[in-house]
Ligand binder design. Structure first.
Ligand code: CUA
Length: 167
C-alpha cells in the first residue's frame, strides 16, 4: 500500500499526539494520584442543611479517629465556608498534621465551583445538587492554597482558602 508523504506525516502526528495525551493522563492518574471526585450522592441544593454534614455547626474540620479527619465545606459565590471558630469568626485555614487521611466533602447551593488544593492531588468540581467527596493522605507539610477553578461569576478570583499541613 502506498502512502503519500503528507499522509504519513499526519498519521504519525495523530498517533503521536494520542500516545502523548494518554501518557499525560496516565502520569496524572497513577503517579500524581489525581482522580475524579465521587458524585454518587445527590442533595437538594435549596436545602443543604437537611444533610447533617452541611449543617452550619458541622462545617469545617472534624477528627473522626486517630489521624483521620473529615472536612465539610459549602462553596458559594464567592466563598468557601469552613465553619466558625470558638469566637464565632469564619475559619479560613484548615490545619491537619502531616500523614493524616482527610476526607473532603463539599457541596454548593448556587452555581458550579471548583475545589482545587494547589500542590496536592485534590481537584474537585462542585456542582449544585451533588456532594463531591475526595479522600487523600496529606503527605507534605506546607501551606496550600485552595482555589476555585471553575468560573463562577464576577468574584471568582476572590474565592480561596488555605490548607495547612504541619509536622
Ligand atoms: Cu467559585 Cu469560581
Amino acid at each position: 500500500m502506498h502512502l503519500h508523504k503528507y499522509e504519513k506525516i499526519w498519521l504519525i502526528f495523530g498517533m503521536g499526539s494520542l500516545a502523548l495525551f494518554l501518557a499525560i493522563i496516565g502520569f496524572a492518574a497513577f503517579w500524581k494520584g489525581i482522580h475524579p471526585q465521587s458524585h454518587i450522592e445527590t442533595i437538594d441544593p435549596q436545602n443543604i442543611e437537611a444533610h447533617d454534614a452541611f449543617k452550619p455547626e458541622n462545617l469545617g474540620l472534624h477528627e473522626v479517629a486517630d489521624g483521620k479527619y473529615i472536612v465539610n465545606i459549602v462553596a458559594s459565590a464567592f466563598n468557601y465556608d469552613f465553619g466558625t471558630d470558638e469566637n464565632g469568626n469564619a475559619v479560613k485555614t484548615i490545619r491537619v498534621p502531616k500523614g493524616s487521611t482527610v476526607l473532603y466533602q463539599i457541596t454548593t447551593k448556587d452555581v458550579v465551583h471548583g475545589f482545587q488544593v494547589a500542590g496536592t492531588n485534590i481537584n474537585m468540581m462542585v456542582e449544585p445538587g451533588h456532594i463531591s467527596r475526595f479522600e487523600t493522605v496529606m503527605k507534605n507539610t506546607g501551606e496550600f492554597t485552595v482555589v476555585c477553578n471553575e468560573y463562577c461569576g464576577i468574584g471568582h478570583h476572590l474565592m480561596f482558602g488555605t490548607v495547612e499541613v504541619y509536622e
